[in-house]
Structure formats: structure tokens, C-alpha cells
Ligand binder design. Structure first.
Ligand code: AMP
Length: 183
């Protein structure tokens, strides 16, 4: 299966992607994790990305698309993947389409984790990551509303929406059921 996971910051994308990728037997590909690994290794890409990440801004599409493309051509991603945190802009979604149609494949579903801003703000403030100060969180929400939310309409018929309020297991179960119910 080829799945994209979309949701506001703090919706639990990383947690759910990890669990779902295990159940579905496809690699979990998180652009946030890929960027953080580059930052840790202090690569050129990492140094460039860090400036944006620390400010809650998106890393420019060119850099991000190239990194994802490189990951998607690895053998394990050929049979399927669960993309977490990508695409985050319509331009990235277009780039993903090109990348997939080059291989004669397409997305099976876009899984939206739906949760209110109030709930996720509480979660995020308790998480303590570098880019989790209140100011940066607000900016990440703004970026989500402006840049990423338009994807929900973009993906229209492939969108599968799941209520992301509840225990981790409840949300995983809902997501698996919704995916199994796909035509
Ligand atoms: P995440 O772990 O998905 O919350 O991502 C953390 C940060 O990495 C984001 O706030 C962005 O700065 C950057 N990032 C992750 N994915 C993308 C993407 N698809 N496009 C641009 N920047 C991204």
C-alpha cells in the first residue's frame, strides 16, 4: 500500500505511522525524522534544514522533494510506503505524483488524522522537542492551515478521515478499519 498521512502538528502522525507501517508491512518514511537525522549528523542538508525547523517554517520544496525522491527509490519503498509529514504543500504533492507516475504507481489512500487545535496544543507543550516552544508551535499551526490544509481538498476522493482523539490503540484500530474499508 502507498499511503500518505496528513494532520496538524501533534495529531500523532509519527506514533500512528510507526504502528501502521508495522501492521501493513511497509516502511515508515517521515520527512521530519529524515531531516532530524541530517541535523544530528550535521550534514550540509541538515544545517540548511535546521534554520527552518527551529522557526517552525517549511524547509524549501526543492530540498525536501529531492530528499524524498531519493528515499522512495530505495528497494524497500518500491512495494509500498507510509509517508508521514510529506507532502505538506500542493507543490510537494505534484512532485510526489510525478515521482509515482514515473514508476507506474499511485497513492492508495491519504489518511487524515483529525484533531482540534486545542487538544494538540496541550499534547505538544508536553512533548518537549526543540521546536516545541509555544511560539514555534503557533507558527507550525499557521503553516499547516495555509500550506498543508489545501491538500485535503487536493486529494478529495482518496481522503480517508479518522478521528485522532482517543488512546493510541483506538486511533490505530480506527485507521486500520478505515483503510480496510477502501474499495
Ligand atoms: P515533523 O517531524 O513532521 O513535525 O517535521 C518537523 C519539521 O521538519 C517541520 O516543522 C519542518 O520544518 C520540517 N519538515 C518536515 N517535513 C517537511 C516537508 N514535507 N516540507 C517542508 N518541511 C518539512
Amino acid at each position: 500500500m502507498r499511503i500518505v498521512l496528513v494532520g496538524p502538528p501533534g495529531a500523532g502522525k509519527g506514533t500512528q505511522a510507526g504502528l501502521l507501517s508495522e501492521k501493513l508491512g511497509v516502511p515508515h518514511i517521515s520527512t521530519g525524522d529524515l531531516f532530524r537525522a541530517h541535523v544530528e549528523k550535521a550534514t550540509e542538508l541538515g544545517l540548511e534544514a535546521k534554520r527552518y525547523m527551529d522557526a517552525g517554517e517549511l524547509v524549501p520544496d526543492g530540498v525536501t522533494n529531492a530528499m524524498v525522491h531519493q528515499r522512495l527509490v530505495e528497494p524497500d519503498a518500491r512495494v509500498g510506503f507510509l509517508l508521514d509529514g510529506f507532502p505538506r504543500t500542493v507543490a510537494q504533492a505534484d512532485a510526489l505524483n510525478v515521482c509515482l507516475s514515473d514508476n507506474g504507481s499511485k497513492l492508495d489512500a491519504v489518511l487524515e488524522l483529525e484533531v482540534s487545535e486545542r487538544v494538540v496544543m496541550e499534547r505538544l507543550l508536553g512533548r518537549g522537542r526543540n521546536d516545541d516552544s509555544e511560539e514555534v508551535i503557533h507558527r507550525r499551526f499557521e503553516v499547516f492551515r495555509n500550506e498543508t490544509a489545501p491538500l485535503l481538498e487536493y486529494y478529495g476522493d482518496r481522503l480517508v478521515t479518522v478521528d485522532a482523539v482517543g488512546s493510541v490503540n483506538e486511533v490505530t484500530t480506527r485507521a486500520l478499519r478505515a483503510l480496510q474499508a477502501l474499495p
